[in-house]
Design a protein around this ligand. Structure first.
Ligand code: CTP
Ligand code: MG
Length: 228
């Protein structure tokens, strides 16, 4: 299906990887490719994505991407500051802005297209992973109640919003409120956010252990070590 809309993507890679502890996870190699390249390639494969702002840590000079659709820009202290920097670069009108964590290499072309389509229809849309565990609401380490699992989703990226909300989103990102994802901004702005169910593989690599799992799934060093 072709989407006749102007789509701009933001690929976030300006984090410090503090919980990963072994350098910048987004620039670590798996099978000869930087981690961020896996998701970047997926976005480049969606022809409706006209431009990708690739957000890297300040003064990160070592990276160069030879693709006219990709522009490298500097991020900020918090994720929301990095996103703000990217959104400030959008000069011309666009129909959809779609944001992705470069630490999620398993995003699919289908996820990206679904989020774009549902954003156009509803105002905003995010990828969400189904919850298979029973989730307990607790208070001071005691269970208060069990939450209805079928209504719960783990928020992932991509997350998209219509271009008409760009200025409002930017304003909130710059405010004192703290946001760990875009959907929290959309919720605050009362924009309907449609969930696009994605596979659990679209997890975010946060720790070294998760990086090793990604290595196995991508057929890197991990697999060679563990499979006979
Ligand atoms: N990110 C960003 N700018 C920041 C913080 C995060 O662009 N100031 C990006 C990260 O590079 C990552 C995504 O947002 O792709 C999700 O963030 P997270 O997994 O928390 O990465 P880090 O912030 O780098 O990790 P940590 O919180 O452990 O330091
Ligand atoms: Mg972080």
């Amino acid at each position: 299906m072709s989407i006749d809309k102007k789509v701009i993507a933001v690929l976030l890679a300006a984090g410090k990887s503090k919980r990963f502890k072994k350098g910048f996870k987004q620039f670590k190699k798996i099978e000869g490719k930087n981690l961020f390249e896996y998701s970047l390639e997926k976005f480049l494969s969606v022809k409706e994505v006209e431009k990708i702002f690739f957000v890297v840590p300040k003064d990160f000079k070592t990276i160069s991407i030879k693709n006219a659709r990709v522009e490298i820009i500097s991020g900020g202290r918090r994720r929301q500051d990095s996103l703000f920097n990217a959104l400030s670069k959008i000069k011309e009108n666009c129909d959809v802005v779609i944001v992705h964590d470069s630490a999620r290499p398993f995003v699919t072309k289908r996820d990206i297209k679904n989020v774009i389509r549902e954003t156009i229809k509803n105002g905003a849309s995010i990828c969400g992973m189904k919850v298979y565990d029973t989730i307990k609401l607790t208070e001071r380490d005691f269970v208060k109640r069990t939450l209805p699992r079928e209504k719960l989703f783990r928020a992932a990226t991509p997350q998209g919003f219509r271009g008409e909300f760009l200025e409002k989103v930017k304003k909130l990102l710059k405010s004192k409120s703290k946001f760990t994802d875009e959907a929290s901004v959309f919720e605050k702005l009362k924009i309907p956010v449609k969930i696009v169910v994605c596979e659990n593989e679209n997890f975010k690599i946060t720790t070294e252990k998760e990086f090793k799992i990604a290595e196995v799934l991508l057929g890197g060093a991990g697999e060679k070590k563990s499979c006979k």
